[in-house]
Write a new protein. Structure first.
Length: 121
């Protein structure tokens, strides 16, 4: 996936910062789908990633057939104010993604989860 992002970044003249952020967003969300979206016994694990880049904005869409789950409203609210040693390990991925994008939405379309993220360039 990183190679495809790098290729699009070169074609669209993205900054190194934008390229890094897109790879981080995709890693966080796709790994969450892989780890939590498919219960034991589910045979297929298809995950589709779409990137639409214009000079004004980047739209990222992640589509999967996992269990219904809206990461932007159902994920636990993260404690970002306590001392690091007082926090649980992990769980900051969705929070991080939301700080990197301008808009994050989720819809359930039939059997598909659709996470759509917009980042102004």
């Amino acid at each position: 996936m990183d190679d495809a992002v790098e290729q699009l970044a070169a074609e669209q003249d993205w900054s190194a910062k934008l390229s890094f952020q897109v790879k981080l967003i995709l890693e966080e969300l796709v790994i969450n789908v892989m780890n939590y979206g498919f219960p034991e016994g589910m045979d297929r694990h298809d995950i589709e990633v779409r990137l639409d880049s214009t000079p004004e904005r980047l739209v990222i869409e992640i589509v999967d057939q996992g269990q219904p789950f809206d990461p932007f409203t159902e994920a636990p609210t993260e404690d970002v104010t306590s001392a690091l040693e007082d926090r649980a390990i992990g769980g900051l991925g969705v929070h991080l993604v939301q700080t990197l994008v301008d808009e994050a939405t989720y819809t359930r379309d039939g059997n598909y989860n659709r996470a759509r993220l917009i980042k102004r360039r």
